[in-house]
Design a protein around this ligand. Sequence first.
Ligand SMILES: *Cc1c(COP(=O)(O)O)cnc(C)c1O
Length: 419
Amino acid sequence: MAKKSFPLNKEQLQEIVKKYPTPFHIYDEHAIRENIRALQKAFAWAPSFREQFAVKALPNPRIVQLLHEEGAGTDCSSLAELLLSDIAGVKGEEILLTSNDTPADEFQKAIELGAIINLDDISHIEYLEKNAGLPNIICFRYNPGDLIEGNDIIGKPTEAKYGLTREQLFEAYKIAKEKGIKRFGLHTMVASNERRTEAFLFTAKLMFTLAVELKEKLGIEVEFVNLGGGFGIPYLPEQEPLNLMEIGEGIHKLYDEMMVPAGLNKTGIMTESGRAMTGPAGWLVSTVLHEKKTYKDYIGLDSCMANLMRPALYGAYHHITIAGKENDPCDHLYDITGSLCENNDKFAIDRKLPKIDIGDLVIIHDTGAHGSAMGFNYNGKLWCAELLLREDGSIELIRRAQTIDDYFATLKYPGSLVK
Ligand SMILES: *Cc1c(COP(=O)(O)O)cnc(C)c1O
């Protein structure tokens, strides 16, 4: 059984809280570095491998910078994410733009930065050419339709708005080639929080088949196959982490069986993992403000779903521990709530936990991806701070908490400063 851990003890956490009041997300630099190294090790066999960190999972330049130091690029789907990559030191073709319904300014910025553009639709070739000009290298996103089942989070590919059908894909490469583009990549993204090895092998097989066909039919040798993200993490304490080495080795075997005989022995592999890189390396730390006993026993925190939306949005499980009570018996039943005027603002429902007291520090696990990133200001609730626990044990503030002035800064009203 995988054990849910937190890198700090109660005393260390209390020291941090004196300087940085709760709520905050705290990220573990060491764990993030270990996560990307494990992924790279699994694909070390490939002629080239790059993880394009999906910025949307944790859009903080300091985190992107750490991952870049380890050799990662970025996968962006907005102007802000492109800019964020640039300021984090990620340059040129280390940046991938995988947008959809893309506005012209995103394409223009991607061209300006020399990023690789991954097109979501055949009609985008013309739109890109007209609005930003064509690049030297282009990639297309494949939607495998009913060849893949999909799951609750990502849905069925046939219902998904992303990517090109098989027919469109061949047509798109043909058009791009006729327009003089000489360098190509191939992309798909069909998994989300997937922990089954065979799902990744199935995707790889599908993509290698396409790469070989592109060579045979159009004479195109793709420089890389991007297998997307979706590497799952064990949110539940009884779940096992996915077996990256087994996935890497399985894909290696397919590569040797399919790509190498077709003369595609230089094609690199890319992934664009978000969750698996930072998810388990982040925790939301809050203080207990209230205990309320009505029909149920409620523990009210100083954070809310604006700081972590996944439980309210998907009913997602996030493990919870109480600082200093890690080994106490879980003999109380609580709903753990935030302060939003929405009844689904609950981090946990009917959760067995040790007896909780007002002032306790509550640690919500696995918030390093799609946590702070999904923040919002509904009800006037503010974004909380983000801290980085450095490898030397020091703490670095990498995002200050939003203030009430930040919140009012875009509002126009008599006497406001906004012109
Ligand atoms: C969200 C997303 C990812 C990352 O997904 P994870 O589940 O966090 O690994 C990768 N690529 C694209 C295009 C995405 O939209």
